[in-house]
Design a protein around this ligand. Structure first.
Ligand SMILES: [Mg+2]
Length: 200
């Protein structure tokens, strides 16, 4: 029995923080997991910048409301979900993901949660568990699933390497160069074919 685990940002939807960096005119917010492998460090850096500029959840959600899934992402996901169970494993937060899941037809997502003060200031964040993508893939394997995984960033490498088949998708030149052993794809048709191939 197969279960496919997909990263969200950079794979199915654009990077939320890059969109918000552009909308808010704060270029420092363009750093993502593609640049900074230490997620706690990255999030604390982001929260510090938000605080400095007096920005909170409401402002970020206003940007997210305008983000659409990447072209072809919903059709890809719909077809994939017709042939295998799919879980989106993301380091994003419930408060950010909801409107994007609606646009993708409500796929299953496992992610984290933000701590938000009554005034809307983001005061912290709760990660589900350490190394959540790798830990989740291992847990799914422990209940009888063979996993197939795809993602674009450093934080996806654990689940990609621990899965029966794992792929880089729309990744960076650096990550692709560092991991020549991983097949890397740029479009949804290729990725769908590779997942079907792994299940054959
Ligand atoms: Mg990503």
């Amino acid at each position: 029995m197969y279960l496919t685990c997909l990263d969200m940002e950079g794979v199915l939807v654009p990077e939320i923080w890059i969109a918000f960096a552009e909308a808010s005119g704060i270029p420092e917010l363009k750093r993502t997991t593609r640049d900074e492998p230490d997620y706690n460090k990255l999030m604390n850096y982001r929260l510090g910048i938000l605080k400095e500029h007096g920005l909170g959840l409401k402002e970020i959600q206003a940007t997210i409301a305008k983000i659409d899934p990447l072209p072809g992402a919903k059709a890809f996901l719909d077809e994939l979900r017709s042939i295998t169970q799919v879980i989106i494993l993301s380091d994003t937060f419930e408060q950010f993901a909801k409107p994007l899941m609606e646009k993708l037809g409500w796929p299953t997502i496992f992610c984290n949660t933000l701590e938000v003060a009554p005034g809307g200031e983001i005061t912290g964040f709760q990660m589900r568990c350490p190394q959540s993508k790798l830990t989740t893939v291992k847990a799914l394997q422990s209940i009888g699933y063979q996993t197939i995984a795809a993602g674009d960033s450093y934080n996806d490498l654990g689940m990609i390497q621990a899965s029966k088949a794992g792929f880089l998708f729309k990744s960076t030149d650096q990550i692709k160069a560092d991991h020549p052993e991983l097949a890397a794809y740029e479009d949804f048709d290729q990725l769908l074919a590779a997942i079907k191939g792994a299940m054959a």
